[in-house]
Each structure stands twice: as C-alpha cells, then as structure tokens.
Design a protein around this ligand. Structure first.
Ligand SMILES: C[S@@+](CC[C@H](N)C(=O)[O-])C[C@H]1O[C@@H](n2cnc3c(N)ncnc32)[C@H](O)[C@@H]1O
Length: 254
C-alpha cells in the first residue's frame, strides 16, 4: 500500500440522536449549492478533492477488476468521469436526487466508452429496489447526509449489489472519534471560511448553511461497526487527511 494508513482515533461514543433528512430538504439545499460546489471543485478549493486524489481512489479499487460501476449521489460526476476514463469500465450507472446535477453528469460522462445510465432518485431506494450487480460501487460526499439507520440500510443493500471480489469505495468527511456533531460542524465550517476563499460571501453562507442543515458524518469506528453489522467485514481505512477519508468495504463472503 503506497498510501499512509489512517493513524486511527481514540474510542469514545457519539451521542446525538440521528436526524432523518427529507429528500426535499437535500434537494432544495443542492439547488442553491450545486453551482457553488461545481465551481469550487473546478478551482481546486475543495481540499478533499486535492487531498483524497483520483490516484488514491484508483489505487484503492484497482484490485477488483472495476468493469461495472455504480456511482451513488453522483452529482455532476466530474470526479468519477476522470477516474472512470482510465478504467476498463463496461457500464456506468449514476444515481442522484438532482435532475440538474444529472444533466451536467450526462455532459461530463460523454467521453466514457461504455453505456451510461443515469437515474434520478434517492440512492437508498435505488439500492433497495434494483437487482443489478457491480464490481465497484462508489460514493463521494453523499453518504454523510444519511442518519445511522440509513447508513446501515445503505451498506447492507450495497453488499447485495457487489459481485464476488467487488468493493464499495467511499470518499467523504468523517468526524473525529468522540467529537460531537455540533463541535464537528463548528470546526468544519470554520475551515470552510478559511479555505473556500473564492466564493462570494453569499455563496459561502449558502454552502455553510447546507453543511449545517444536511451533514451528519459518522466517526471512523462508528462506521466500521455499522459496516460489520451490514455484512461488510473487509473494511479498509485507506487514506485520511484532515476531515477527508477514503474507505473501501468488501466482504470475505463474496
Ligand atoms: C456534494 S455533492 C457530491 C457529488 C459527487 N459525488 C462529487 O463527489 O462531486 C452531493 C450529491 O449527493 C446527492 N445526494 C444527496 N443525498 C442523496 C440521496 N439520498 N440520494 C441520491 N443523491 C443524493 C446530491 O443531490 C448531490 O448531487
């Protein structure tokens, strides 16, 4: 493994009750923030994009013959388009709540030399209703909107969509172990104010409101526990930088 392993955090318990977010709430927030996110990603201001690189994601999934790929909460798919371009992908399926984001995804994925299927809707409902199997299931920056029971459902359903040897790769923000959600949100939003420098004050306020309204990331140990209960016993915390974590999940039973 070329990438540094996560040093890990000391164990402690998170106590906030999980919040169930309405699809409309996420969608309404994303309508305001989609443009901001897209611009900030392209200007390299979202440090997770810089720190958990495409190379790291490629390295993490290289072993599982990534031929068919499902991208959950794909947004405009610009990140995955660059990764998928250098993989021997035979099929790309993307799911997102936002039709606006999926229109952009359609353009961004034009360079892929394989069938591209984009589904408008909730990724959890998709996982629980569709039967397709995939070599790689990928999700970046959408999972942290789920509450704990939804995370369990998501991981359990993802398990049933993996082909033998397949993997789920997650890139997302992760709380420090023992950090309350309120403390996490304060610290993360302070970093946004320091680092997302090219946004107008209004754009930054919208982005911060989105984070405060919609984000509830787990801590690493909490996630490992949820994954185990969902049947994903091969949990690899591959790379972490600040809030940003790349994790792969698989199962020895597959
Ligand atoms: C921050 S963007 C990330 C987009 C893309 N994955 C990326 O890494 O650039 C979050 C995306 O997740 C989508 N999303 C959030 N919750 C979702 C859900 N329950 N089902 C489907 N999409 C969801 C939003 O609509 C938005 O497009």
């Amino acid at each position: 493994m070329l990438l540094p392993l996560d040093a890990g955090d000391d164990a402690a318990t998170i106590t906030e009750p999980p919040v169930a977010l309405m699809e409309e709430q996420i969608l309404a927030s994303w309508v305001v923030n989609a443009g901001v996110w897209t611009r900030a990603v392209r200007r390299g201001e979202i440090l997770s994009r810089v720190r958990v690189t495409n190379g790291a994601v490629l390295q993490a999934i290289a072993d599982c013959a990534p031929a068919t790929l499902l991208d959950l909460g794909c947004g405009d798919a610009i990140h995955l388009a660059n990764i998928a371009m250098v993989l021997p992908i035979s099929r790309y399926d993307g799911v997102d709540l936002s039709p606006v984001a999926l229109q952009l995804a359609e353009q961004n994925l034009q360079g892929l030399n394989c069938p591209v299927n984009l589904h408008t809707g909730d990724m959890l409902s998709f996982l629980e209703s569709d039967e397709s199997k995939y070599d790689v299931i990928f999700t970046s920056y959408a999972f942290h909107h789920l509450n704990k029971p939804e995370m369990m459902r998501f991981l359990g359903a993802a398990f049933h969509h993996l082909r033998p040897g397949g993997q789920l790769a997650l890139v997302d923000v992760i709380r420090q172990q023992g950090q309350s959600l309120a403390d996490y949100l304060d610290a993360f939003c302070e970093d946004m104010r320091r680092q997302w420098l090219n946004l107008s004050p209004e754009e930054l306020d919208h982005a911060i409101r989105h984070v405060r309204d919609c984000d509830q990331p787990p801590a690493l140990e909490e996630l490992r526990e949820i994954a185990l209960q969902a049947g994903l016993d091969d949990f690899r915390a591959i790379y972490r930088k600040d809030w940003y974590q790349l994790i792969t999940f698989g199962s020895r039973a597959l």
